[in-house]
Design a binder for this molecule. Structure first.
Ligand SMILES: O=C[C@H](O)[C@H](O)[C@H](O)COP(=O)(O)O
Length: 522
């Protein structure tokens, strides 16, 4: 028996969840052997794989063999290809995301697949969703009129069966609408195996043929299933197919994340509609931070370079990615300059070779987060108390890449996030008064940071102390700083000030993750 057939493939397993053996060759061989088979439907399924937020996408080709509905499911992930061919539910924990009728042979799919097997898995550029979408779009939608009844009479290799007589005289649009959803019902039909449908608002479908037809018609009517022309890629609304990204986009309005493609192809559950109530799941802020952290390293860090490692919850993902790529051998000969003790410790734990500016003061690139980013890519930094080391390191880098989620964007620096300033402890109250009197900072309220230096909340009684043994004063503004460059210059000229969190004219590019996707501003 071929590897990957239903008796050997783990049901529901997916590459992204850690399949051990890449089955590329076995899959191509399997498709070649089934070269004359005709797949009648192609579908993309998705299933939650991480805290119910990030989905894994699976490609499913459906066909009939020995009068049973079967599916060839293909998973793509960081461990390669994995497949299963059988009459079982292709994704027991998943839902149909997109689905269309087609007429494509096993050999054609084999050839389409061969054209992409050279590509390496890439979380941002070639992940499971992008693979599924690519393969899905390779196959033209073909309306054949072969509805649920005609499929009783069709079988593997039979590409010419006419539509069942029952459809004669029925309006074509009705037939198309019915065919649109009938396959979901067909999964439930005992004659077609044990696959259960997952159709939103219809948890328990009647298995009889008549109720299936009525149910299909009613569902088509009430959910407004697309009565579109053949050849179009039609997608039912979110209510009809839970988690349908395109449907969700069409209905989403402006709340939350509106589409998987809008987020650089990273798999996102956009919307689930069950029981008439929309349950929208957006990517968590951490997930957005991870995306930009990973992308910055993937796009800007090369082997043999000296890099600056920023500080904070976003930069930590970039550090993680560097460690991962060094471990896998994808990156070699990196020397990193950390911008805080926290980052140093993280980098050490990941085996990243470290140095200081004393020995390596020409950096190729530095990657760091920010607390605020204005339209000119001026920044406020230092929410985590690391502004001095960040600035001295990032000033030495040929490229300074800023990574943020869109919550950090602002029209003007100041009111959205207090500007941190590192001052020496000696006579710090005097220094704070001097700062408050600076013309370019007019109207600011200086607040000494207490407790944990890594945040600007008053979570202690003692002054927060930086890695350099200094204090932080957070400057609160009620209106935007009109001239951040002048503000920075005046702060820097104040005796007692070590450095400040205004990072002006330093940013090479800013990678931003948000509901419109990942964008890079430079
Ligand atoms: O001192 C901390 C740094 O300036 C951080 O880059 C900044 O606070 C952003 O941190 P996070 O990515 O955790 O929001």
């Amino acid at each position: 028996m071929l590897p990957g057939s239903e008796s050997t493939a783990a049901a529901g397993a997916s590459c992204s969840s850690g399949v051990e053996i890449d089955q590329t060759e076995a899959l191509l061989q399997h498709l070649a052997m089934k070269g004359s088979i005709c797949f009648h439907h192609i579908a993309v399924w998705h299933q939650a794989s991480w805290m119910g937020v990030v989905d894994h996408h699976t490609l499913v080709y459906e066909y009939f063999s020995e009068r049973r509905l079967r599916s060839l499911k293909i998973d793509w992930g960081k461990d390669g290809f994995f497949f299963a061919d059988g009459s079982e539910d292709p994704c027991p924990a998943g839902d149909v995301l997109s689905r269309k009728m087609c007429r494509v042979t096993g050999m054609e799919v084999c050839q389409q697949l061969e054209r992409v097997t050279w590509k390496k898995y890439d979380l941002m550029k070639w992940n499971c969703q992008q693979f599924c979408r690519h393969m899905f779009e390779q196959v033209p939608e073909v309306y054949t009129g072969s509805g649920i009844f005609s499929r009783y009479f069709q079988d593997e290799g039979d590409r010419t069966s006419p539509p069942a007589p029952i459809f004669v005289g029925v309006a074509p649009s009705f037939i198309r609408a019915m065919c649109k959803c009938e396959t979901l019902f067909a999964y439930e039909n005992p004659k077609h195996g044990s696959i259960k449908p997952r159709l939103a608002n219809s948890p328990a479908m009647a298995p009889s043929t008549s109720s299936m037809v009525l149910g299909a018609a009613a569902t088509a009517w009430f959910t407004g299933l697309a009565f579109t022309a053949p050849g179009q890629v039609r997608t039912a609304p979110a209510q009809a197919r839970p988690g349908n990204v395109r449907g969700a986009r069409a209905q989403s309005g402006s709340t939350g994340f509106s589409g998987a493609t809008a987020l650089g192809g990273v798999c996102v559950t956009m919307a689930l509609a069950r029981g008439g109530k929309s349950m929208r799941k957006a990517l968590s802020q951490d997930e957005l931070k991870k995306m930009v952290g990973y992308k910055a390293v993937d796009d800007y860090v090369q082997s043999g370079t000296v890099i600056g490692l920023g500080t904070g919850s976003t930069a930590a993902f970039a550090v993680e990615r560097v460690g991962e790529k060094l471990k896998s051998g994808e990156l070699k000969d990196i020397i990193a300059i950390p911008t805080s003790i926290r980052t140093q410790e993280q980098a050490e734990s990941l085996g990243i070779p470290l140095a200081t500016l004393d020995t390596h003061s020409d950096l190729d690139v530095a990657i760091d987060g920010a607390d605020e980013v204005d339209p000119a890519l001026n920044l406020v930094k230092g929410g985590g108390g690391a502004l001095f080391r960040e600035k001295i390191v990032e000033m030495c880098a040929k490229k300074f890449i800023v990574i943020v989620d869109e919550s950090k964007l602002c029209d003007g620096l100041g009111p959205g996030f207090p500007v941190p300033v590192e001052i020496v402890p000696f006579c710090h109250e005097h220094t704070m008064r001097k700062i408050a009197s600076l013309p370019a900072l007019k109207g600011c309220e200086p607040v000494l940071r207490l407790g944990d230096v890594a945040n600007n909340q008053p979570d202690g009684d003692e002054p927060a102390v930086t890695d350099n043994g200094n204090y932080i004063v957070d400057l609160k503004f009620t209106s935007p700083i009109s001239d951040p460059v002048a503000a920075g210059e005046q702060l820097k000229a104040t005796v007692g000030v070590v450095d400040h969190g205004l990072f002006t004219s330093m940013t090479t590019a800013c990678i931003i993750a948000g509901k419109e996707g990942i964008i890079v501003k430079d």
